[in-house]
Design a protein around this ligand. Structure first.
Ligand SMILES: *Cc1c(COP(=O)(O)O)cnc(C)c1O
Length: 371
């Protein structure tokens, strides 16, 4: 047993020393939340960095998802992927919506657009795809289908910070996209999130909804919630943004070292970027184990790594559709989600974070070779 534990991710912390002046400003102003100075500045800097029109900051990504569904008054049934973090479907449940699961494609692990149409009923109002691992979903086909059937598209883009697709931010597709700035994500504000919108009217509605529905002191426009980001989180985000490009470069170098070390191993399939992807963020490093070729199952490998202090994660296993709370849905039927079920049994995400040392990566590669 090696005591040098390596987890799947580790947040990057900017220098504490550099954070103090931000805190001093907050202490001086006594303005702690409600669209403060740092909040406004972070919305504007993120819009520039990401190449999007409007950013509305949130306390976390889940509240952004809940609020995005309220913004567009989604009702009835929503088509989504079972191959994601459980918050994607939970957000539908909390809005009293019926999740309808559609299978993923085997190459890029995102919602298979060719299977969406068969799942549409008169009650379908929206599609909620995920850009899994930051890999763009097939945004063009999804939009075509949404246009034909008159559906809204809300992307759970929690993994896709900074990713571009064919010359524009992937966040510019669909009606709305949500981001998460949780400690484990590429860009973090301890906890945090955002909704990306494309016109001023929608941005306004989002901003009312996240503040109880208030438009001004005496006008409540909708039954809103409290999901605002506070000034300490926003200040931390401004400081994080400064080191972000360097950190993504470091992630890229790690992914390249893994690619080089693992490409010759039989039974290990590596991650592929969806054609047209630009500025991939290396948020995750998933590999897919073919038990027969590799000579060991994914779980055997997972526990072998664990015994050696390497804590990979089986993202995404179990599938959302296999959790007892969602298993009863008709669309959770395993026959309907064949590829997702197969993928969930093959995947392990290996550790990737900017401070992961090169010799540690070599150690992980050795463990994968000599299992
Ligand atoms: C992290 C994550 C969320 C939730 O974001 P929080 O900020 O943790 O609430 C939602 N969807 C996906 C796909 C995620 O990975």
């Amino acid at each position: 047993m090696n005591n040098n534990k390596i987890l799947v991710t580790q947040p990057v912390m900017p220098s504490l020393h550099e954070f103090i002046p931000y805190l001093e400003k907050i202490w001086e102003s006594k303005w702690l939340t409600n669209n403060g100075q740092f909040h406004q500045q972070l919305e504007s800097e993120l819009a520039d960095y990401l190449g999007v029109k409007y950013v509305s900051l949130f306390a976390n990504g889940t509240l952004a998802l809940l609020t995005a569904l309220q913004t567009l008054k989604i009702s009835g049934e929503v088509i989504t992927t079972p191959y994601s973090f459980v918050a994607t479907t939970n957000a539908l449940w909390w809005n009293n919506l019926k999740p309808v699961f559609v299978d993923i494609d085997p190459d890029y692990h995102n919602l298979d657009p060719e299977k969406i149409a068969a799942a549409i009923t008169p009650n379908t109002t929206a599609i909620m795809p995920v850009h899994v691992y930051g890999n763009p979903a097939n945004v063009e086909r999804i939009q075509e289908i949404a246009d034909i059937y008159g559906l809204k598209v809300i992307y759970d883009a929690a993994h896709a910070f900074g990713v571009n697709y064919k010359g524009t931010s992937v966040l510019n597709y669909g009606d709305l996209s949500i981001l998460s700035f949780h400690a484990t994500k590429v860009f973090n504000t301890f906890e945090g999130g955002a909704i990306i919108s494309h016109d001023e009217k929608t941005k306004k509605r989002i901003d009312y909804l996240k503040n109880f529905g208030f438009a001004d002191e005496v006008t409540v426009t909708a039954p809103g919630i409290n999901s605002k980001m506070n000034e300490v989180q926003a200040a931390f985000g401004l400081l994080q943004l400064k080191g972000l490009n360097t950190n993504i470069e470091k992630r890229k170098a790690i992914a390249e070292q893994y690619n080089e070390g693992l490409k010759g191993i039989k039974g290990i399939k590596l991650f592929n970027e969806f054609p047209g992807t630009k500025d991939y963020n290396y948020a995750y490093y998933p590999i897919f184990i073919d038990e027969r070729e590799y000579g060991k199952s994914r779980d055997e490998l997972y526990f072998h790594l664990k015994e050696n202090g390497i804590f990979g994660r089986r993202y995404f296993y179990p599938l959302i559709s296999n959790f007892p709370i969602y298993k009863g849905l008709e669309s959770s039927n395993i026959g309907n989600l064949e590829i997702a079920n197969i993928t969930a049994k093959k995947v392990i995400c290996l550790p990737i974070y900017p401070d992961l040392a090169s010799f540690e990566i070599d150690r992980i590669i050795k463990l994968l070779e000599t299992q």
